[in-house]
Design a protein around this ligand. Structure first.
Ligand code: KMH
Ligand code: ZN
Length: 293
């Protein structure tokens, strides 16, 4: 994949759309269409797949709708998703602000297709999303041991340098895959100049996607499509379809990206194609969600 190559007007490389369907912070008060239970999350993932998503970025909630990293809730949700859909599953190891690293690491035991690895600490609204160097190393080591490919979450510029240090230490293996998150209150703001700076700072051979937060979701996604990157959209990142108009579903946000991609000459990748693009190991058996080993 080209780092910054413009593909507008040509038939470009397939586009991987990731659906961030729930998150840890979004509430039903923010958007009543937010899926929360394992059944609702599985249905949302299936509909997102039908709309063009190749991978789901997964958080789960407890019975009261609060964020949890409980392994058994993840297991149930992953089993339901895999029973209904071939969508790839990327589990969150970020969890919610305030969780310990041990809590956050639980879904790694379930053999997900991919997992997030945030590469530094950042203010997160009024909270602090704590990712000290040795904590990041611990998560990276567990992923390496289990053969889980990390998606490197970059919420500010300095995190890129730490990712490259992890690579030098042998804790992550090239080609690296990055998710450039712009617009978190405390991280790098959204905008064309910031996105171009991040993309031009990536190591050679890297693949990348963009997650624009709030009003940045659509413009950053459209830019990423034009620049040859990939996109993440969903209610975790943005609850609106238009200013003041709530999104009806995650699938609606995915479908918009698929339409923009079609106009810009990027076919949407199915999960098998996304596997190749992202360098993921061969598929896990359908209907399974790992062992407890
Ligand atoms: N909920 C955020 C504090 C991830 O999923 O890896 C962290 C997050 C990142 O959502
Ligand atoms: Zn997340």
């Amino acid at each position: 994949m080209q780092k910054g190559g413009c593909v507008v007007g040509s038939s470009g490389p397939p586009l991987v759309i990731v659906a961030a369907i729930c998150g840890a912070e979004t509430t039903r008060e923010d958007n009543p269409n937010l899926p929360l239970t394992p059944e609702e999350l599985a249905e949302a993932a299936t509909l997102a797949r039908a709309a063009g998503a190749a991978m789901v970025h997964l958080h789960v909630r407890d019975q009261a709708g609060r964020p949890t990293q409980d392994r058994e809730v993840f297991r149930r949700t992953m089993e339901l998703i895999r029973a209904q859909s071939d969508i790839l599953i990327q589990v969150s190891t970020g969890g919610a602000v305030g969780m310990t690293l041990e809590e956050r690491a639980q879904p790694l035991e379930l053999d997900p297709d991919m997992a997030t690895l945030t590469c530094g600490t950042v203010n997160f609204g009024e909270g602090v999303f704590l990712n000290p160097p040795d904590g990041i190393r611990q998560l990276a080591r567990r992923m390496l041991e289990r053969g889980i490919r990390p998606e490197l979450e970059i919420l500010d510029v300095g995190m890129l340098a730490f990712a490259q240090r992890l690579e030098k230490e042998g804790l992550i293996k090239p080609p690296l895959h990055f998710d450039l998150v712009l617009g978190v209150r405390g991280g790098i703001p959204g905008g064309a100049r910031n996105l171009v700076h991040l993309v031009e700072s990536l190591p050679p051979g890297a693949t990348w996607s963009v997650a624009g937060i709030g009003r940045w979701e659509t413009p950053m996604g459209a830019m990423a499509i034009a620049m040859g990157g990939h996109v993440r959209v969903g209610l975790e990142d943005n609850v609106y379809y238009h200013r003041g108009v709530l999104a009806e579903s995650n699938a609606q946000l995915v479908a918009r990206m698929a339409r923009i991609a079609a106009e810009l000459g990027r076919p949407v990748a199915d999960p098998a194609t996304a596997r190749q693009i992202l360098g993921l190991p061969e598929g896990r058996p359908q209907g399974s969600a790992g062992s407890t080993a």
